[in-house]
Design a protein around this ligand. Structure first.
Ligand SMILES: Cc1cc2nc3c(=O)[nH]c(=O)nc-3n(C[C@H](O)[C@H](O)[C@H](O)COP(=O)(O)OP(=O)(O)OC[C@H]3O[C@@H](n4cnc5c(N)ncnc54)[C@H](O)[C@@H]3O)c2cc1C
Length: 391
């Protein structure tokens, strides 16, 4: 099951593969495969340097239009690149929030001045972004954000708290959803403001997770400042922009993800062989189910990529729910196969193996970017046309 590629697309694959191999077997060999799920807070400086090298060689934001610093690649080429990236064991991309969420948002909703100020630094890997949406009382119910911004002179003054902000501790900027009109209906009084992170009015408190890493953080705004001009899409129009940001994940990462899952699956099979569990009929059945799930995800991803433009909204709707549950279950299978060994630390005081880390982090897959329950609501309402849930 492969993507059908033209001669030019094959050449593109070859170019990407050669560059990635040379770099990841050369100057960046120490960070190969580092910074993946559950391992995100390791080698951050080195991975930022890697992002800059990618930018200098023209491999960041390849799907963006050329006038904004991209290569104007098709979604198929992006998918090919992502597949090669994982094949070469590329490290977790520190700049991904700027590259996949904020950048496309600015291209779509930003002013020319905002595009000129922010896009080149994202492409170059020079500025790292984080996403300030969730709050203690606003996760699935995002329109409930309570962080407030008021205009004083030519600056926004921001007060409030965000939570679960991935990478906040090493980000230069954050796109923050703020309430700018408390009297307006919930969805109408929100603005999307670009806020510099390195300032006195912001305190970042990393949250240590059960896997031992601190991938996300609480962010406190206490008189933080942002330029008046740094509102995207207009004051009180932030809900539309925020929803736009969430829709920009175009599915190009799916093949890369498939490949990563394939690698993890192979590691799980290796454990089954080593421990002898591969001969146990119940474990064999679970391994077979995992292999089938992998194939289903690949077929679904290829269908979405090969038929861009066709109405494949149902395929897209089931994708997140399917892969996140599959991944969580694979982690559980890995731990069951390991048996008592699953509870042994890799080192003191709390050093986990890579497999233990992704097992624990996979629990988060069913929460971020829309929890399982929210995904089911979306499938029911948008995919199946069921009545909307009462609000
Ligand atoms: C690893 C990770 C990284 C994250 N990174 C970021 C980030 O960078 N920036 C950011 O802003 N946020 C981030 N988040 C936050 C994430 O978006 C929220 O956790 C998610 O939206 C769920 O919100 P919540 O945690 O407040 O849970 P809640 O919304 O309080 O949900 C609690 C439970 O209730 C269920 N539930 C809620 N509403 C409904 C409903 N209407 N119908 C049925 N069930 C419902 C949910 O499914 C869940 O099981 C991250 C989360 C994780 C786990």
């Amino acid at each position: 099951m492969e993507l059908q590629l033209t001669k030019e697309e094959e050449e593109f694959r070859h170019e990407a593969r050669s560059w990635l191999r040379a770099q990841l077997n050369g100057p960046f060999k120490d960070i190969r495969g580092r910074g993946a799920s559950g391992d995100q807070d390791t080698y951050v400086e080195e991975r930022i340097a890697w992002g800059k090298a990618m930018g200098a060689a023209g491999w960041n934001c390849i799907g963006w239009p050329k006038e904004h610093g991209g290569r104007g690649c098709t979604i198929k080429e992006e998918a090919v690149f992502n597949e090669e990236y994982v094949r070469a064991n590329g490290p977790g991309n520190v700049g991904h929030i700027g590259q996949t969420l904020l950048g496309p948002t600015l291209i779509h909703f930003g002013s020319a001045k905002q595009q000129k100020r922010f896009l080149p630094a994202i492409v170059a890997g020079d500025e790292i972004w984080c996403q300030g949406y969730s709050e203690p009382g606003a996760g699935s119910d995002l329109a409930n954000v309570q962080t407030k911004a008021r205009l004083v002179g030519d600056q926004w003054i921001i007060e409030g708290q965000k939570i679960w902000t991935s990478g906040a501790q090493y980000s230069d900027w954050c796109f923050v959803l703020c309430r700018t009109d408390s009297d307006a209906p919930k969805h109408r009084g929100i603005s999307y403001i670009l806020v510099p992170m390195k300032q006195v009015g912001i305190e970042v408190r990393p949250i240590k997770q059960m896997g031992g890493s601190a991938e996300f953080a609480e962010v406190f705004f206490d008189g933080a400042k942002a330029d008046q001009d740094h509102v995207v899409g207009g004051v009180n129009n932030g809900w539309k922009v925020a929803m736009g940001t969430l829709s920009f994940e175009r599915g190009a990462s799916t093949l890369g993800q498939q490949y990563l899952f394939q690698q993890e699956f192979e590691q799980v099979v290796a454990v089954a062989r080593r421990t002898g569990a591969a001969n146990d009929p119940v474990f064999r059945q679970r391994l077979a189910q995992a292999a089938i799930g992998l194939k289903i995800m690949r077929v679904n991803a290829l269908r979405m990529l090969e038929h861009q433009g066709a109405d494949l909204s149902r395929e897209a709707l089931i994708s997140k729910l399917y892969w996140s549950n599959w991944h969580r279950d694979l982690g559980k299978l890995a731990m069951d196969l390991l048996g008592p060994e699953a509870e042994l630390l890799d080192g003191l005081p709390y050093e986990l193996t890579r497999m233990q880390k992704w097992y624990l982090f996979a629990r988060a897959d069913t929460i971020y970017a829309g929890s399982n329950q929210i995904q089911r609501n979306i499938i029911g309402e948008r995919g199946l046309g069921l009545p909307k849930e009462p609000r």
